[in-house]
Design a binder for this molecule. Structure first.
Ligand code: A3P
Length: 320
């Protein structure tokens, strides 16, 4: 269902031939476009989206760097937006569907879904749409319409460790595994899919400062510490605040419980399911904790990551 290399448009093939390229971690080579690294297939859909995608004022975009808690954010916002439609946690779509099957990525979908996005025939309003695109590469209509963006990021060390573990979980067997050292080197140079990580976060951070009505900037660590505060913030931001009645009924706790790592990772659909992309659903649930980097990184690796973080984000007000 996904685009094959030979299906790339002439425009995309021509563009690719002029772009800097890097070996990918888990398969196809990456190309640097608008400052960020993408596979040719994703690049092709980015070009299509930039040309054709029409945002609607009611759209809600869930934007993240890979491995910063996208699965969790998708579950929470899906449950929030649909809480009146699905009040029963036992028969909730999240019990029988992986969050990635309920909230799709703008740039990773088979082309048929762009038709759906364009005409709104199959996705109810408000449309929940996920993306890993950096801010600079979002379609103009996303930037210029009144749609809302919720951005979730994570501290660079946990993000890196999660990324490395994920890459090794999904890499085709014949490619072996990526060593921690080699992967860190690439991550630090920015040459990973949707990287450089630091530029991705900084782009959204700056936009959130300039345009707080449009973009809500969240950190995984803060969500883990006070999920109820951030759930209410998200609800207000996307225009569906919790009523007093809902508060007194414990809706916040119900949603958080349904979307918790423990609940989701123990569901059959997330233990042994498969996504249309071919990924096992279980690869999106590993530990779901803050600070796992301490179990993997050497002091030298920690210094390296901290130094880049300090250099890249100096003066921005952004820290972890
Ligand atoms: P770890 O690899 O550190 O465990 P993404 O969803 O962007 O791919 O990010 C995956 C990370 O989010 C993984 O981190 C995964 O375990 C964690 N995660 C998945 N579901 C979660 C949930 N419901 N609550 C908290 N973290 C979750």
């Amino acid at each position: 269902k996904y685009l094959q290399e030979e299906e790339l448009t002439e425009e995309c093939k021509e563009l690719i031939s002029s772009l800097p390229t890097e070996k990918g971690w888990i398969g196809p080579p990456l190309y640097q476009f608008q400052g960020f690294w993408h596979s040719s297939k994703i690049l092709s859909t980015i070009l299509t989206c930039q040309k054709n995608f029409q945002a609607q004022d009611s759209d809600i975009f869930l934007t993240t760097t890979p491995k910063s808690g996208t699965t969790w954010l998708k579950a929470i916002v899906f449950a929030l937006v649909n809480r009146r439609k699905y009040p029963d946690p036992i028969n909730h779509p999240l019990v029988t569907n992986n969050p990635h099957a309920l909230v799709r990525y703008l740039e990773l979908e088979p082309r048929i879904d762009y038709q759906a996005y364009d005409t709104s025939t199959t996705i109810a309003s408000p449309r929940l749409i996920a993306t890993h695109l950096p801010f600079v590469s979002l379609p103009e209509s996303v930037k210029n319409s009144a749609c809302k963006l919720v951005y979730l990021c994570r501290n660079p060390k946990d993000n890196f460790v999660s990324f490395w573990q994920f890459a090794n979980a999904v890499i085709p067997k014949e490619m072996g595994t990526n060593s921690l050292e080699e992967t860190l080197d690439k991550f630090c140079r920015g040459g990973n899919i949707y990287g450089p990580f630091w530029d991705h976060v900084l782009g959204y951070w700056k936009e959130s400062l300039e345009n707080p009505q449009k973009l809500l900037f969240l950190k995984y660590e803060e969500m883990k510490e006070h999920p109820e505060i951030h759930l209410r913030r998200i609800a207000e931001f996307i225009g569906c605040p919790l009523s007093l009645e809902e508060e007194s009924k414990g809706v916040v706790d119900d949603i958080l419980k349904l979307c918790s790592f423990d609940t989701l990772s123990n569901l059959e659909v997330n233990k042994s399911g498969k996504l249309s992309s071919g990924h096992d659903t279980s690869v999106f649930f590993r530990r779901g904790e803050v600070g796992d980097w301490k179990n993997h990184l050497t002091p030298e690796m920690i210094r390296k990551l901290d130094q880049i973080t300090e250099e890249k984000w100096r003066g921005s007000g952004l820290s972890f």
